[in-house]
Design a protein around this ligand. Structure first.
Ligand code: AMP
Length: 140
């Protein structure tokens, strides 16, 4: 099974990574962890190149943290950091990589809790070429 785990650096994304570990067996499961550097975020004109470099570095840190978590649980993992619009990039990657399942958190870093799900999660669920799991935070 091929699982595309799309994450930002939110607690909801961490719950999504935990859900993959809790619900699937490492044997026969390939996980691709994707972070999209959001091109919709305004870039400061004074240092556009520095901002882009920092954003890509931050994306790498985000995917590496999740990679370590999944590696510890025995999963084979690939990682990718892409620039673009998160919803479209997640769907493109799922299509190109032939994912069986996309896993996302119910909300994200900039999500607003009063909505049932965030806009990226909703857009992915609407347009994905495969099944989508939207992970909520465990009740505390
Ligand atoms: P949102 O819809 O923005 O509230 O985010 C919901 C979930 O979508 C997050 O928990 C992530 O799993 C995923 N997501 C949001 N933004 C990104 C991003 N830039 N790159 C990858 N996944 C993302």
């Amino acid at each position: 099974m091929r699982i595309l785990l799309a994450i930002d650096d939110s607690k909801f994304s961490e719950a999504a990574a935990q859900a993959v570990i809790a619900q699937h067996r490492p044997e026969g499961t390939q996980v691709k962890i994707l972070n999209v550097v959001d091109l919709a975020i305004p870039i400061p004109t004074s240092d556009a190149a520095g901002f882009r470099e920092e954003s890509l570095k931050h994306g790498q840190e985000v995917v590496q943290r999740a990679e370590q978590m999944l590696n510890r649980a025995g999963y084979t993992v690939q990682t990718a950091v892409e620039e673009g619009y998160p919803k479209s990039k997640i769907i493109d990657q799922a299509t190109q990589w032939n994912a069986d399942l996309i896993v996302v958190g119910s909300h994200g870093r900039k999500g607003i809790d009063r909505f049932l799900v965030g806009s990226v999660a909703e857009g992915v669920a609407r347009h994905a070429p495969c099944s989508v799991e939207i992970v909520r935070l465990p009740k505390s």
